[in-house]
Design a protein around this ligand. Structure first.
Ligand code: ZN
Ligand code: FE
Ligand code: FE
Ligand code: ZN
Length: 264
C-alpha cells in the first residue's frame, strides 16, 4: 500500500477543493490511505492569511469526518500541519491537544518574522549569507524535535525551496538536525512538492534520506497537495528515491501511534 499524509483544505486560504475531491483523487490513483494536514491555527499575529482561524478549527475536524463518511472504503486520517515557531509552543500544544489526531506534522515556515518559503517574500534571500540562513533553519529543526510535540518533520529541507544553496559545505547542519530528529523518535515527511519548486528535488534530498536511514529515522509520504489533482503526485519517484537510501518500510499512523508498512 501507499499513503499520502500531507494534504490541505480551502480553510488555509491558499488551497482549492473540498476533502472529498482529494479523497476521490486518492482512489483514482490507487492510494489506500489519505491524511489531511491543514495549516493549524496560530496566534493572531502569525501568518493569518495562510491558515484557518481558531474559530474555524472545529469546521476542519468536521470536514475530515464528513469526508471519511463519504468514502467508507478509503482510509481517511485526521492530521495537522502544526508550525514550530519559538514563543508559540504553548499555543500550539493547546491546538494539538484539542482533538484526537492520527498524526501531527511539525513544519518550519518562518525564520524570525520572515516567511522564507512564501513566494511573496523570496526576495529577502537576496544579499543574505545563505549558509547562515541554512544554519538558522536547521537550528530550528533541532529545536522543533526537542519539543517532542510533533510526530513527523514536514518537508525536512524546505529551506532549499527556491533553489538557494550555500557555497560552503552545509551537511554538518543537516546531520546535527537529524540527530535531534532521531532522538525524538520522529519520522520524516518525504514530500514530493519540492519537485514542483525551483529546488526541483524531493524534500528531503537523497543525502538526507541516506543519513536519516543510518540513524533509524522512519518516513511517511506526502504530496503537500493544495489542489486535489496533486494527491499522490510523483509518488513513484519518491518510492524509488527512498529505496535508493535503503528504506524498506514507511510509517502509518493511527491516533499518534505508528506501525511499519512495507514499501510497495
Ligand atoms: Zn500551505
Ligand atoms: Fe508547510
Ligand atoms: Fe503543507
Ligand atoms: Zn506543508
Amino acid at each position: 500500500m501507499i499513503l499520502d499524509y500531507h494534504t490541505h483544505t480551502p480553510l488555509c486560504k491558499h488551497a482549492v477543493g473540498e476533502p472529498e475531491a482529494y479523497a476521490a483523487r486518492a482512489v483514482e490513483r490507487g492510494i489506500e490511505e489519505i491524511g489531511f494536514s491543514d495549516h493549524c491555527p496560530m496566534p493572531v499575529d502569525y501568518d493569518t492569511d495562510w491558515r484557518m482561524t481558531r474559530a474555524e478549527y472545529p469546521t476542519y475536524i468536521e470536514m475530515v469526518s464528513r469526508c471519511r463518511k463519504a468514502f467508507p472504503k478509503l482510509s481517511v486520517k485526521l492530521g495537522l500541519e502544526a508550525d514550530y515557531h519559538p514563543g508559540t509552543e504553548e499555543y500550539v500544544r493547546d491546538v494539538i491537544g484539542a482533538y484526537d489526531f492520527d498524526y501531527v506534522i511539525g513544519s518550519i515556515h518562518f525564520l524570525g518574522d520572515w516567511g522564507f518559503d512564501n513566494p511573496n517574500h523570496v526576495e529577502k534571500f537576496d544579499g543574505k549569507d545563505i549558509y547562515k540562513v541554512y544554519e538558522q533553519y536547521y537550528d530550528l529543526v533541532g529545536k522543533l524535535a526537542a519539543t517532542r510535540m510533533y510526530d513527523i518533520l514536514g518537508h525536512p529541507d524546505v529551506i532549499k525551496k527556491f533553489g538557494h544553496r550555500p557555497t560552503r559545505d552545509y551537511e554538518p547542519l543537516e546531520l546535527r538536525a537529524l540527530d535531534a530528529v532521531a532522538r525524538a523518535g520522529m519520522a520524516m515527511d518525504v514530500n514530493t512538492s519540492g519537485l514542483r519548486r525551483p529546488a526541483k528535488e524531493i524534500y528531503p534530498s537523497l543525502r538526507i534520506l541516506k543519513a536519516a536511514r543510518e540513524r533509524g529515522i522512519d518516513i511517511t509520504f506526502g504530496s503537500d497537495a493544495h489542489d486535489p489533482k496533486l494527491v499522490g503526485e510523483s509518488f513513484s519517484e519518491a518510492v524509488a528515491e527512498v529505496k535508493k537510501a535503503g528504506y524498506t518500510h514507511f510509517r502509518r499512523y493511527t491516533k499518534r501511534r505508528f506501525e511499519l508498512v512495507p514499501l510497495p
